[in-house]
Write a protein that binds this ligand. Structure first.
Ligand SMILES: Nc1nc2c(ncn2[C@@H]2O[C@H](COP(=O)(O)OP(=O)(O)O)[C@@H](O)[C@H]2O)c(=O)[nH]1
Ligand SMILES: [Mg+2]
Length: 656
């Protein structure tokens, strides 16, 4: 297969914009599927996962392929919901260009910022497909204007829509249209040609001289400037009605880059050439685990040709070697076996057991490692436990598989509470993961809001005394201690010393007494660990026969428990240092949201390395359980935050 005829296309955009519907429309138009499925019926090619169907939205990337004329097209249908952005970013590594699907509604444009910034940062060629043009109230002109305002002059319409709303009937190609077209079409055409002229002096001269540039020249410019991400074309259509699809496919065939047009480099900046001979360089962009048939690693081949005989070295994992059980092209959930796959192809390999998403696979001793992605720290967590305690071991095993499929998930032991926490990019992300766990791996789990690690401390010191005396049959128990309890500064923890004079308590019992003290401090009057105090053993007495380690330990615990209520106990709560990043327009709303959460804002201003504002605040951990959801709601999905434990502060009784 001629590499220049391959197109690897990611279909990205906001949740609900119509990406899955558009993928279906393209597949149908090209004859890859006999009839067009719908998202509502759960019959689309790429939304096949039960969680997708259940929620009527894509919850993971789906792959499909088709031939259209001369072109061999692979479509990567990405989930749009902000929770799944990481999954989409990983899948984008495999694509050479992206179609950003958007509603014909200018209000949706700001929310595409994170995605478009990512495409621009990678210089990934992309175009905007303004979808749902058939809907009453569709506003193509305002949407185009909002795109230009948001992303700059190089965003330029390649078409004009014919009819609007219900009457939308097609699109008019500005490149091919006659130069003698009427007013608004002529104006749109001039805008397009001028935008192209910015990057082509020859074309610009022709425009200035009033010469009509040859069609060939315009088409070539579009192709070259698009491949270099200098021009971002805008197209229109209706995925649901199949309008604008053949024009989109035409643009993909003519203008989109093939794997040969995109200069790839490995992690150390060396160019990777898309050629059939020589060693294989491939990267895993998705891992799918089937409980029965095992693991599928979806790879993008950047160079070389892979067969089932190929011995693949995982250069990201110290050279683990494996041989694929089979090579498949993916059509949604269907796997179509092939015998080999060449440069620029995206295929699934079965049974690469030690291989994980983002790993680089090579043959022939190549030491290449392709650039990976920095996955951000999770922003949402649930405490997770098996419904049946016997499933404990199974749960951690299955969670490991789940994370293998979705590296944006994380499993941690909470620092203070020791709870097992499943963490991810948002509530929906973690909820879908939990559903997947139950369906695929049959582990019934319970999830809860993670416990808050409250503590207690004292504000006043006291003397504590206890005498433990017990007679059971022959051997008795005896121990008496006098302790001094004193408050210490925050963060001190618990310290213990002995200052016994004259051997009132023999040395050998000191460790048991300290143990008894510490045990009693694990649960204060409110049930939380007591911290930031100092305990001194000052006196006591013993019995030559009856005293034992156990009796002193008990006496020490009793003394502490009796004394604590006299020490002015207060409850402490964990306080997190939070950094929030939001567009400037949302900065003050973010501050009031944090204040409403008992937060104390510490600094506020433009962030250093992003276009966003940064708000730093100290916020009680108890207020942060659902913060990512609340922040996204308040900022059109654009806000993000990170946090770490800072300290413990006294809590107002009303706040618990
Ligand atoms: N009227 C209209 N509805 C559409 C169009 N494209 C998609 N939809 C509907 O929009 C909803 C979301 O579509 P879907 O493909 O799941 O969006 P995705 O989240 O971007 O994959 C579904 O109910 C589709 O039927 C379109 O061109 N016109
Ligand atoms: Mg979808």
């Amino acid at each position: 297969m001629d590499i220049s005829r391959r197109r690897n296309l990611a279909v990205v955009g906001l949740h609900h914009a119509g990406k899955t519907t558009l993928t279906e429309a393209i597949l149908h138009h090209c004859g890859a599927i006999p009839r067009r499925g719908t998202v509502a019926d759960g019959t689309t090619t790429t939304d096949f996962e039960p969680e997708c169907i259940g929620h009527a939205q894509s919850t993971c990337v789906g792959f499909a392929h088709t031939n259209c004329g001369e072109i061999d097209l692979v479509l990567i249908d990405a989930p749009g919901f902000v929770d799944f952005l990481e999954e989409s970013k990983i899948a984008l590594l495999a694509a050479d260009a992206a179609v950003v699907v958007i509603d014909a509604d200018p209000d949706h444009i700001p929310q595409t910022r994170a995605l478009v910034d990512f495409l621009e940062s990678r210089r990934m060629p992309h175009l905007f497909f303004i979808n749902k043009m058939d809907r009453p109230g569709a506003a193509p002109a305002a949407t185009l204007q909002a795109l230009v305002t948001a992303y700059g002059r190089h965003v330029v319409a390649e078409q004009v829509p014919v009819g609007e709303g219900e009457a939308f009937s097609g699109v008019l190609d500005l490149v091919g249209s006659a130069a003698s077209a009427d007013g608004s079409v002529a104006a749109a055409r001039t805008t397009l040609l001028e935008a192209l002229g910015d990057f082509d002096d020859h074309l610009l001269e022709e425009l200035l001289d009033g010469v009509e540039p040859p069609l060939e020249e315009v088409r070539r410019d579009l192709h070259d400037e698009y491949a270099r991400d200098e021009i971002v074309p805008v197209l229109y259509g209706s995925a649901a009605r199949g309008i604008g699809i053949s024009e989109l496919i035409g643009a993909i065939a003519e203008q989109f880059p093939s794997p040969l047009d995109v200069q790839r480099t490995d992690g150390s900046g060396r160019p990777i050439e898309a050629k059939a001979g020589g060693p294989v360089v491939a990267q895993v962009c998705k891992t799918v685990i089937h409980p029965q048939s095992g693991k599928l690693s979806v790879v993008r081949i950047f160079s070389g040709t892979l067969t089932v005989e190929s011995v693949l070295t995982d250069t990201s994992r110290h050279g683990v070697q494996s041989r694929p059980g089979g090579i498949y092209r993916l059509q949604g959930k269907k796997q179509e076996p092939v015998t080999s796959a060449g440069p620029g192809e995206i295929v699934a390999l079965s049974r690469l057991d030690g291989v994980h998403t983002l790993d680089t696979l090579t043959t022939g001793g190549a030491h290449t490692i392709m650039p990976a992605l920095d996955l951000p720290e999770p922003v949402f967590a649930v405490a997770i436990s098996p419904r049946d305690r016997l499933d404990e071991a199974k749960l951690s095993q299955m969670l490991a598989r789940l994370i293998d499929e979705d590296p944006a998930l994380r499993l941690t032991r909470a620092e203070f509470t020791n709870e097992l926490e499943l963490c991810g990019s948002g509530e929906m992300h973690v909820a879908i993961a939990t559903e997947r766990l139950e369906r695929k791996y049959h582990v019934a789990v319970e999830t809860r809001v993670p416990q808050i690690a409250y503590r207690e401390t004292i504000s006043a010191g006291t003397e504590a005394h206890a005498r433990y005396k017990h007679q059971t049959g022959g051997h008795g128990q005896f121990g008496e201690v006098r302790l001094r309890i004193e408050p210490r500064e925050r963060g001190h923890g618990v310290s213990f010393e002995e200052k016994v004079v004259g051997g009132a308590v023999p040395r050998q019992f000191f460790p048991a007494i300290e143990k008894g003290v510490r045990e009693a401090l694990l649960r204060g009057p409110n049930g939380y660990p007591v911290v930031d105090l100092h305990v001194t053993l000052v006196d006591g007495s013993f019995h030559a026969v009856d005293s034992s380690e156990a009796s002193f330990r008990t006496a020490a615990s009793m003394a502490i428990r009796d004394a604590l209520p006299k020490c002015g106990v207060t409850v402490l709560e964990p306080i997190a240092a939070v950094e929030v990043f939001v567009p400037e327009t949302f900065a003050s709303a973010t501050v009031s949201q944090l204040t409403g959460k008992r937060g104390v804002v510490q600094s506020f201003g433009p962030a250093e390395d992003t276009a966003h504002y940064r708000v730093a605040a100290l916020v009680p951990q108890a207020e942060l359980a659902h913060y990512i959801t609340e922040l996204r709601t308040a900022t059109q999905g654009l806000g993000s935050f990170r946090s770490r434990h800072e300290r413990f502060d006294p809590v107002q009784p009303s706040a618990r």
